[in-house]
Design a protein around this ligand. Structure first.
Ligand code: AHR
Length: 473
């Protein structure tokens, strides 16, 4: 049985737990919006046609900021189509997903839905096929209180209060040849910078996200970030990362070590951003918005300040992230038109982590056996993330061993924890098992009853290929 030992030092702070890193993403794609969030006539629908069973699951998921309306969809989007009387809204061809968009759900309806879920909006402007003025118009419509043409139009459309959207994406995946209006880094960096500068002229407190690479294996990765930021550094606050992982050719070992790539991706983007910042002699730091991440079987269907001390590592630069996507499309929440909504397997780690993570992220020192992966080199059999505030701590663990349980001891003395309040594990003898309409609870977390804490030493057994959370007081 593999054995691992983890030291948790209360002072080894990486960064505060930021609520925005529990964001998600709603795109006009597939059944995410229509018959996902919105299904008038569904037994659980409210007067506006939104499914309250889905709203309830979104609350339980614990997602925070929600990115909208795309994704690739945004590169063909005219925001004006999506507001005003519904019967007058045009049906448009959406070239990104080759579908018809009825515009029956638009900006104001989505903002109304967000209120039901208590989430914050993160909107995208279309830099690919539109321009600065439509972006400024959308900003005025969404955020200006009243007394201008477009804010008054919003009010006339039934939304008196401004939506007060803080985070804005400047297009989406502009490096990808699949993107309508895709560009070279040089061609994108310029309009992105100008759009950002103009938007900040309207509201200097906006938080703007410039497109980074759509994956860490794209041919332009690294150079793209450098070039785009050379143009836009002074005007933007975030650079985006997108990553989807899947098992390739039966190589489950590499797939389970995908987080190695995520680390490499973030480190490289931060290095590129800092390189540009140093060249510009700028004190400003660009953060990372990891605004699309998930498992996606594409092939299959196309510190607080007081914690400073010598242990401290560079602060984490990912201050916002979005699980892509929220409902039906690569999603933690699934729905059946006219039928139920249920939790996909991926729902549980997200929801439990969102609920238990608090305070600051603590860097764990992990001693564990390693194994060789074809894609990412050596990977630790056991991986862990830990968080702690003054009262609570949590450890999130993965056992990547396909066949054997791992016995783990965790030294939590420096956290001062004295009891376990919750220990749950997500595992299944069939690693490909999922939750379906017919079997909605096929895979659910179960209490890990073997977890024990004595004299500051937590002991726990992790089943093969499993995910576990332990909450401490
Ligand atoms: O999340 C699905 C799609 O994946 C998004 O529209 C696009 O940005 C990415 O390629």
């Amino acid at each position: 049985m593999p054995r691992a030992h983890i030291e948790l030092g209360r002072q080894a702070v990486i960064a505060p737990v930021r609520r925005r890193t529990f964001g998600s993403f709603v795109e006009h794609l597939g059944r995410c919006v229509y018959t996902g969030l919105y299904e008038p006539g569904h037994p659980s629908a409210n007067d506006d046609g939104f499914r309250m069973d889905v709203v309830e699951l979104v609350g339980e998921l614990g997602s925070t900021t929600i990115r909208y309306p795309g994704g690739d969809f945004v590169s063909g989007f005219r925001w004006e189509d999506s507001v005003g009387p519904r019967e007058k809204r045009p049906v448009r061809r959406d070239l990104a997903w080759r579908s018809l968009e009825s515009n029956q759900v638009g900006l104001d309806e989505f903002a109304g839905w967000l209120k039901l879920t208590g989430s914050e909006p993160m909107l995208a402007v279309n830099v690919a096929t539109r321009g600065i003025l439509p972006a400024l118009d959308l900003l005025e419509y969404a955020n200006h209180p009243s007394g201008t043409a477009l804010s008054d139009l919003r009010i006339a459309n039934g939304t008196p209060q401004p939506h007060d959207v803080r985070m804005w994406c400047l297009g989406n995946e502009m490096d990808g040849p699949w993107q309508t209006g895709f560009m070279t880094a040089d061609d994108y960096g310029k309009p992105a910078a100008r759009t950002a500068a103009a938007m900040k002229r309207a509201d200097k407190d906006l938080e703007l996200v410039v497109c980074g690479s759509s994956g860490s294996t794209t041919p332009t990765f690294g150079d793209w970030e450098r070039t785009v930021l050379e143009h836009s550094y002074d005007h933007v606050d975030y650079v985006s990362c997108h990553a989807y992982y899947q098992e390739h050719d039966g190589d489950l070992g590499s797939f389970l070590a995908s987080a190695t790539d995520t680390d490499y991706f973030i480190d490289t983007v931060v290095a590129s951003a800092d390189h540009v910042g140093h060249k510009k002699r700028s004190n400003k730091k660009i953060n990372v918005s990891f605004d699309e991440w998930n498992v996606w079987y594409l092939k299959g269907h196309q510190a607080s300040e007081k914690m400073h001390d010598e242990w401290r590592h560079a602060r984490d630069r990912v201050t916002s992230a979005s699980l892509a996507q929220l409902v039906n499309v690569i999603a933690p929440i699934m729905t059946e038109p006219g039928g139920p909504a249920w939790r996909q397997t991926t729902f549980y780690p997200f929801s439990i982590t969102s609920r238990l993570a608090s305070g600051e992220v603590i860097r764990p020192l992990i001693e564990a056996p390693t194994y060789e992966t074809a894609r990412y080199g050596e990977a630790s059999v056991v991986d862990a993330v830990a968080t702690a505030d003054e009262d609570r701590a949590a450890v999130f663990l993965v056992n990547r061993d396909l066949a054997q349980a791992a016995q783990v001891t965790i030294d939590v003395r420096s956290l001062g924890s004295s009891r376990i309040t919750e220990a749950v594990t997500l595992a299944d003898s069939d690693v490909y098992a999922k939750n379906t309409l017919a079997r909605q609870d096929r895979v659910t977390p179960a209490a890990n009853n073997g977890a024990a804490l004595a004299d500051g030493l937590l002991t726990i057994e992790l089943p093969p290929t499993s995910w576990t959370a332990v909450a401490l007081r």
